[in-house]
Design a protein around this ligand. Structure first.
Ligand SMILES: [Zn+2]
Length: 149
């Protein structure tokens, strides 16, 4: 379906413009109040939530902790004491029964000299894809101005 405002772009949203619900393209959506915006499409464009890098605990975190403990010739109890955590909890983490949170993982990384956190690819997308969905009327006017020059 074509945008009912400009007729040039594919309508992907519904916007309330001067009391009328119109099928509009993302450029014209900013002219009124957006009442329907397909969530999936916004996410595919990578515009929903891009901010700081995300970290994930590596899958084999338990093996890495156990290896480090073996290399350092210390037990879970000593480790727990050094990082100021409950031994029972550290035990569960080292045996793979509990996933450490980011804070604990960082402590373990520092104490054991290993890597437990991985930066996920999310959040490192190219900035070009981030602009379109968050476009405002001001942006549109700005673009028009630039075109005329
Ligand atoms: Zn339009």
């Amino acid at each position: 379906m074509e945008c009912e405002v400009c007729g040039a772009e594919e309508a992907s949203m519904i916007s309330l413009i001067e009391g009328a619900r119109l099928n509009v393209c993302y450029k014209c959506a900013g002219l009124g109040k957006v009442v329907y915006q397909p969530q999936q499409r916004a996410r595919e464009q990578g515009s929903a939530h891009i901010a700081k890098p995300q970290f994930e605990i590596v899958e084999e975190y338990d093996a890495r902790i156990q290896n480090a403990l073996r290399n350092m010739k210390i037990g879970v109890g000593v480790l727990a004491e050094r990082i100021n955590e409950k031994e029972s909890f550290v035990e569960r983490v080292a045996s793979g029964h509990a996933k450490p949170d980011e804070k604990l993982a960082r402590k373990l990384e520092k104490e054991l000299g290993i890597k437990l956190l991985e930066e996920t690819s999310e959040g490192t997308n190219a900035p070009t894809a981030t602009k379109s969905a968050g476009i405002t009327l001001g942006d549109i006017l700005e673009i028009d101005k630039k075109k005329k020059k």
